[in-house]
Design a protein around this ligand. Structure first.
Ligand SMILES: Cc1cc2nc3c(=O)[nH]c(=O)nc-3n(C[C@H](O)[C@H](O)[C@H](O)COP(=O)(O)O)c2cc1C
Length: 200
């Protein structure tokens, strides 16, 4: 299945090919590929180079995978049964500079996950991020301290055959991908005013 972004302007291949499938192959991910995902995350930018991201990684069917799976919302559990790798992206809330809640720890953690997602494409893998999970369950299951926050769960593996999904999910898998035009989010002069060069 081809879900490459249909872009108005050229972009790099991995960004074009990245998308979030729900059908994953029931096939483990090679450790050398998985470790490159974390290496890519490691080299993400972060405010003050604090690197607040942490990852809890489960390999099906280990206990970590099972605990992450059990914390997913029912709708997400439906398509995650075959996913070989489930991970939790956790952020350190407190800035080491002033001991207060960092205004950018979630932003930084998201950047690391973005790097990881692009590296996944480079490794022939796909990831699918999820906000649909119980943070309470994750925090309890992994004894995550209060000054850390479980931000997202990430499914990772080889893209599978959408024919194996339920009818409802299969339909969603084939829906065209949509995005706002550049005019709606690239401004100049005043907030909300499209920059001249992006006007179509
Ligand atoms: C923070 C975040 C939370 C998300 N939560 C879910 C989720 O709980 N379940 C799900 O199926 N997809 C989830 N997604 C995937 C988005 O729906 C998906 O990225 C978006 O529709 C764009 O599609 P694409 O990634 O294929 O380009 C989430 C994505 C992000 C970044």
């Amino acid at each position: 299945m081809n879900k490459d972004a249909i872009t108005r302007y050229p972009i790099n291949e991995a960004a074009r090919k990245r998308w979030s499938p729900r059908a994953f192959r029931d096939q483990p991910v090679e450790p050398e590929k998985l470790i490159s995902l974390f290496e890519a995350a490691r080299w993400a930018a972060s405010g003050g180079n604090v690197q607040p991201w942490r990852f809890i990684v489960g390999l099906r069917p280990d206990a970590t995978w099972t605990r992450i799976f059990e914390a997913l919302d029912q709708g997400n559990q439906e398509w995650n049964k075959n996913v070989p790798v489930l991970m939790v992206a956790v952020g350190a809330r407190i800035s080491p500079f002033d001991g207060k809640v960092s205004p950018v720890f979630q932003y930084d953690t998201g950047q690391a996950v973005s790097s990881l997602s692009i590296e996944a494409i480079h490794q022939g893998l796909h990831v699918h991020q999820m906000g649909g999970f119980s943070g309470e369950k994750i925090h309890a299951a992994f004894e995550i301290p209060d000054d850390y926050l479980a931000i997202a769960v990430i499914a990772c593996g080889y893209m599978g055959d959408p024919e194996n999904l339920s009818e409802k999910l299969k339909k969603r898998e084939f829906l065209p991908r949509t995005r706002k035009p550049l005019e709606e989010f690239v401004f100049s002069g005043k907030f909300g005013e499209a920059m001249e060069m992006v006007k179509w």
